[in-house]
Design a protein around this ligand. Structure first.
Ligand code: BDR
Ligand code: CA
Length: 300
């Protein structure tokens, strides 16, 4: 089984990449694709290459994806990740270039065995939606499982109704939730319930160099990780849920509908029996302490 991470690196995406370096065995990490989201695409690609180098995983191919959403205008989250996307943390410049664009990724996709990929998406779903439109059969055949950090059951963080990854490209989210159903949606309700305490963040540094980097990123003043109720490491929750299924929470099916009307609820994910959309899989209450322990282990 190979892992495909689609990221908009970002502070918590960076922590997810660092955790992936410990949690995914050698040869099990297929590639990473970069999408505009938290910051612009150039910065996302650059950050992704820098973080993979810091994690000692420069063999993992990186593809350059979409620089803007399918339909809406671009929004970013520099308010929570700093202008660079990594707050004030400065890593050495990359020593390599990306492998290619989404077409190159599609060609690579055609070569892997059917049912061999787990897709973990931690940004807006633009790349995945474009590939679902370009090659729907290929995507369905190759991708056995999709886990997305996004959405919220009645909870928003950009607007009262919408979570950032859903809000940044709602049309793409609707395409992907339909095309790759049932997608496991690690939403805001789950990631906030799995927050770390400030002490747990500090102790990550004991794990070694990847843990120390994760601590520096999460303690960066730029990171708006909802400190009042803990430090929320959204994307690392999704990553570890994908790599170690069933250890933090179970998944329950329920339909999801993405609000595509341009009103105050644009980008909201509506969940429940009356939702007019595909089935998705929703986490039960997460075991917070288990997540903290799994993250520390993955960063060691
Ligand atoms: C999500 O939005 C981004 O800012 C984070 O990286 C995470 O993927 C949380 O809403
Ligand atoms: Ca992200």
């Amino acid at each position: 089984m190979g892992y495909w991470l689609d990221v908009d690196t970002g502070i918590d995406d960076a922590v997810a990449l660092l955790a992936a370096a410990g949690a995914i065995p050698a040869g099990g990490w297929a590639w990473v694709s970069a999408v505009a989201g938290n910051v612009g695409l150039d910065a996302v690609v650059d950050n992704t290459l820098r973080v993979l180098a810091a994690a000692g995983r420069e063999e993992v191919p990186v593809f350059r994806g979409a620089d803007r959403p399918l339909v809406r205008g671009r929004v970013d989250a520099a308010y929570a990740h700093g202008e660079s996307g990594l707050g004030g943390v400065v890593l050495p410049p990359p020593r390599r270039a990306p492998e290619g664009d989404l077409l190159a990724l599609a060609a690579r996709l055609a070569q892997v065995p059917d049912g061999s990929l787990t897709l973990v998406a931690t940004g807006p779903l633009t790349n995945v939606a474009l590939l679902c439109r370009l090659a729907p059969d290929l995507m369905r055949r190759k991708v056995a499982r999709t886990v997305w950090m996004g959405g919220g059951r009645g909870r928003g963080n950009v607007t009262a109704a919408a979570e950032f990854n859903a809000y940044a490209d709602p049309e793409a989210a609707a395409v992907v939730l339909e095309a790759l159903a049932p997608v496991a949606v690690v939403d805001l309700v789950t990631t906030h319930a799995a927050h770390l305490t400030p002490d747990e963040v500090r102790d990550l540094a004991r794990a070694g160099s990847r843990g120390a980097l994760a601590r520096a990123l999460l303690e960066d003043p730029a990171y708006g990780g909802a400190r009042a109720d803990g430090v929320v490491v959204h994307d690392a929750v999704a990553l570890l849920a994908a790599v170690r299924p069933g250890e933090m929470f179970d998944l329950r099916p329920a339909p999801v509908e993405v609000d595509l009307s341009r009103g105050p609820s644009y980008g909201a994910t509506l969940v429940g029996p009356k939702a007019n959309g595909p089935q998705a899989l929703w986490p039960t209450a997460p075991d917070r302490a288990r997540f903290a322990a799994m993250l520390a282990a993955a960063l060691a």
